[in-house]
Design a binder for this molecule. Structure first.
Ligand SMILES: Nc1nc2c(c(=O)[nH]1)N[C@H]1C(S)=C(S)[C@@H](COP(=O)(O)O)O[C@H]1N2
Ligand SMILES: [Mo]
Length: 323
């Protein structure tokens, strides 16, 4: 059965796949025949592009990190991948068809600012340096919808270590690709592109801060921020920057995309707190994607992650920590 599927796929593919990728796939398939890598068949036979099979096949989802348990059902994959916020592709939720055009290779990530030496990493070289694991996280959008999904990736701390920041660095500023040719949303010139967010060094190196490259055991879909996005599950979703091309280490607090647009509504810290309302709506409850919109459930302090992150905010209670 497997052999027959492979043959049917292999022949037309061979005609259109560059030599190197073709041979890498052959090696992969040889591995799969041995058995344990069979799970890799998912991404390989889906519409996922060849590069994804190259760098991530056999590595997704990665071993599940059981430290982060969630008492909610996983959101259906279809909901998590067809209801998105990614303003570069449009200011509505159905951006997933437009996002398919995002070119994910080659993809370079610049590590800049207050570091020993600035460097630009090819994502595949970066992926070769890190260990991939799977974490099931909650996600809470400031708009009061939520989901629970299995991300694959590596701790942001691993990337900070590669960057070798100087002692004076206090913040990490994350920046998304801004390419008019690929991203129709950029025509909305009144938005302060590129999409920028920031965290403190303590937040960036907290174990919960997770650099994501996969979702549901497959390479991260473009609409969810391929090929590299953040997951900061204790903060409102807008902090979780997608399609990252640059991390800048700095001693100045970054001013984010949303803060520039509307600083009365979106602050730097943006930690989830059901008791602190958004100026235009309550944050007490949330709608879980895939469920009835009217059947809302309570929102939790730090989105349920207080035990891991509450200490980060000791001594700065005077700041606007929750918006
Ligand atoms: N570059 C970029 N990153 C972004 C956004 C965006 O519009 N552009 N939206 C943010 C918001 S508001 C949310 S809720 C999450 C949504 O992630 P998801 O589509 O994977 O659920 O991405 C965040 N990261
Ligand atoms: Mo959001």
């Amino acid at each position: 059965m497997l052999t027959r599927t492979l043959r049917g796929w292999e022949l037309p593919e061979r005609a259109v796949t560059p030599e190197r990728i073709y041979h890498d796939r052959r090696r992969l398939l040889a591995g799969m025949a041995a058995g344990p890598l069979l799970a890799a068949a998912g991404p390989l036979f889906s519409a996922a592009p060849a590069y994804a099979a190259d760098t991530l096949a056999g590595r997704l989802p990665g071993p599940r990190n059981e430290t982060y348990k969630v008492d909610r059902a996983l959101t259906p994959e279809k909901d998590a991948t067809t209801y998105n916020n990614f303003y570069e592709f449009g200011s509505h939720k159905e951006i997933w068809p437009a996002a398919q055009k995002l070119k994910r290779r080659p993809w370079m990530v610049k590590l800049a600012g207050m570091v020993e030496k600035e460097k630009t990493l090819d994502i595949d070289d970066l992926l070769a340096k890190v260990q991939i694991e799977e974490r099931v996280y909650r996600h809470r959008c400031v708009e009061a919808w939520a989901m629970t999904v299995p991300w694959s990736g590596f701790p942001m701390k691993a990337l900070v270590d590669i960057a070798r920041p100087l002692l004076g660095a206090k913040y990490v500023r994350m920046e998304t690709l801004a390419d008019k040719d690929q991203m129709p949303g950029l025509r909305q010139f009144w938005y302060p592109w590129p999409y920028v967010e920031g965290v403190t060094m303590a937040e960036a190196t907290n174990d919960l801060a997770f650099m994501v490259v996969g979702l549901y055991g497959k390479p991260l879909p473009p609409q969810n921020g391929a090929p590299l996005r953040l997951a900061l599950p204790w903060k409102y979703g807008f902090k979780s920057t997608k399609s990252i091309v640059r991390l800048t280490f700095t001693d100045q607090r970054p001013i984010s995309f949303w803060e520039k647009l509307q600083d009365a509504e979106y602050g730097f810290w943006a930690n989830v707190n059901p008791k602190v309302d958004h100026p235009r709506w309550s944050q007490a409850t949330e709608w879980v994607l895939g469920k009835d919109r009217n059947n809302r459930v309570p929102t939790l302090l730090f989105n349920g992650y207080a035990e891991f992150v509450a200490d980060l905010y000791k001594g700065i209670e005077g700041e606007k920590l929750y918006m």
